[in-house]
Write a protein that binds this ligand. Structure first.
Ligand code: SAM
Ligand code: SF4
Ligand code: SF4
Length: 337
C-alpha cells in the first residue's frame, strides 16, 4: 500500500496511551480469555517493564512533540505499585494538560483519593453488565459487579471525572445495554458503548458478535430521545449524544462499523516500552532500548518522529473477516486499549 502524504501530516501526534502493567485481576472474555491467560501464562518480568523514571522521560519527549493528553492503562494499571507517584511526575511535564486512567475500578476504593491528590483528573471505568451472572461471564471472574460500582462511587467522591465503558458482545451481554444505560443516566454517569473489536488473536472475534453503533443508538433511544453533540476536539473517538430530558451524555465508539482512522492521533506505549502507532499493529518499535542505550532527549525525539512520520495505519478502514482472522495482532491487555 502506498503512503498517503496528506495522511501523514493531517494526523498530528496528540495523545499518548501508556500501558504500565500487562497483568490483570480480571479475565474478560473479549480481552484476556481465561482459557489462554490461565494460571501458567507468562507475563513480563519486572525488569522488562519501563520504570517510572523511564516512563516520565519518554512522556517528556512526547510532550515536546505536541502530545497534550496522557492516559495510563494496562492490563490493570492499578496493579502497579505507587501509581500516584507516577501521576505526580507526569503532572510536572510542561505541555501535558490532561491525565486520565482506564481501570476495572476494583482498586479504586483504596486508590481514588491518592490518585486525585497526585493530579489525576479522570478515570474511565470498564463495566460490561450489572447482572451478576452476565458480569461474571464477561469478566471471567467470580467478582460481584458491586466491586466495580463501589470503585465508581469512590472515584466520584474523590473528585475524579468518571466515564463508564461497556464493550458489547452479541448474545453475551447485549441484554444489559438498556439496564446499564438506565443506571448510568440515573447516576449522572457518562456511558460509552464500545463495539467489540478484533484486537489480538485470542478472543474469538467475528463480525456476527458485533452490535453496531446504529443498533445500540436505536436501543438506547428507547429510554429517552437523544440528540447528537458536536465533537469536542479533532481525534475524539466517541460520537457523543445527550438525552433530551437531562444533561447526561452517552457515547458510542464504533471502531468496527464507522471507522475513524482518518482522525487517529494516538500513539501507544506498551509496558515494556514498545511504541505502537496502531492498535492493530503486528509489532512495535523498541523505545526502551533507545532509552536504556543512553540516547539524549533530542535523539529520543528524533526517533519518535521517525516512527510517527512513517505511519500509514488504517487497519479499521481496511478490515475484512480474513484480515481479522489472519493478521498477527498484539493483545489488547498488552497494548492497553
Ligand atoms: N483493565 C483496564 C480496563 O479494563 O479498563 C484497562 C485496560 S483495558 C485493555 C482498556 C479498554 O479496552 C477497556 O475499556 C476494555 O473494555 C477495552 N477492550 C478490551 N478488549 C476489547 C475488545 N476486544 N474490543 C473492544 N474493547 C476492548
Ligand atoms: Fe483486564 Fe481490562 Fe482486559 Fe478486562 S479489559 S481483562 S479488566 S485489561
Ligand atoms: Fe487508529 Fe489503527 Fe484504530 Fe485506525 S485502526 S483508528 S489507525 S488505532
Amino acid at each position: 500500500m502506498t503512503t498517503d502524504v496528506r495522511d501523514q501530516f493531517s494526523r498530528p501526534l496528540q495523545d499518548l496511551r501508556i500501558s504500565i502493567m500487562d497483568r490483570c485481576n480480571f479475565r474478560c472474555t473479549y480481552c484476556m480469555p481465561k482459557e489462554i491467560f490461565g494460571d501458567d501464562y507468562v507475563f513480563l518480568p519486572e525488569e522488562e517493564l519501563l520504570s517510572f523514571d523511564e516512563i516520565t522521560r519518554a512522556a517528556e519527549q512526547f510532550a515536546a512533540l505536541g502530545v497534550k493528553k496522557i492516559r495510563l492503562t494496562g492490563g490493570e494499571p492499578l496493579l502497579r505499585k505507587d501509581v500516584p507517584e507516577l501521576i505526580a511526575s507526569l503532572r510536572e511535564i510542561e505541555g501535558i494538560e490532561d491525565i486520565a486512567l482506564t481501570t476495572n475500578a476494583v482498586m479504586l476504593p483504596k486508590q481514588a483519593k491518592p490518585l486525585y491528590e497526585a493530579g489525576l483528573e479522570r478515570v474511565n471505568v470498564s463495566l460490561d453488565a450489572l447482572h451478576i451472572d452476565v458480569f461474571q461471564e464477561m469478566s471471567g471472574r467470580k467478582t460481584s459487579p458491586n466491586a466495580v460500582l463501589r470503585g465508581i462511587d469512590a472515584a466520584v467522591e474523590a473528585g475524579l471525572g468518571v466515564k463508564v465503558n461497556m464493550v458489547v458482545r452479541k448474545g453475551v451481554n447485549d441484554e444489559e445495554v438498556i439496564p446499564m444505560a438506565r443506571y448510568c443516566k440515573e447516576k449522572g454517569l457518562n456511558l460509552r458503548f464500545i463495539e467489540f473489536m478484533d484486537v489480538g488473536q485470542t478472543n474469538g472475534w467475528d463480525f456476527s458478535q458485533v452490535v453496531s453503533k446504529k443498533e445500540l443508538l436505536e436501543r438506547v433511544s428507547q429510554i429517552a430521545p437523544l440528540e447528537a453533540l458536536e465533537r469536542n476536539y479533532f481525534g475524539e473517538v466517541a460520537s457523543r449524544y445527550r438525552y433530551r430530558d437531562s444533561d447526561v451524555e452517552v457515547g458510542f465508539i464504533s471502531s468496527v462499523t464507522e471507522t475513524f482512522c482518518g482522525s487517529c492521533t494516538r500513539a501507544r506505549l506498551s509496558a515494556d516500552g514498545k511504541l505502537f502507532t496502531c492498535l492493530f499493529s503486528e509489532e512495535g518499535s523498541d523505545l526502551r532500548s533507545i532509552i536504556r542505550d543512553g540516547a539524549t532527549d533530542g535523539q529520543i525525539r528524533d526517533w519518535i518522529q521517525g516512527v510517527w512520520g512513517k505511519r500509514d495505519d488504517r487497519y479499521s478502514e481496511l478490515r475484512t473477516e480474513e484480515s481479522a482472522r489472519n493478521r498477527r495482532k498484539i493483545e489488547m491487555s498488552y497494548i492497553g486499549g
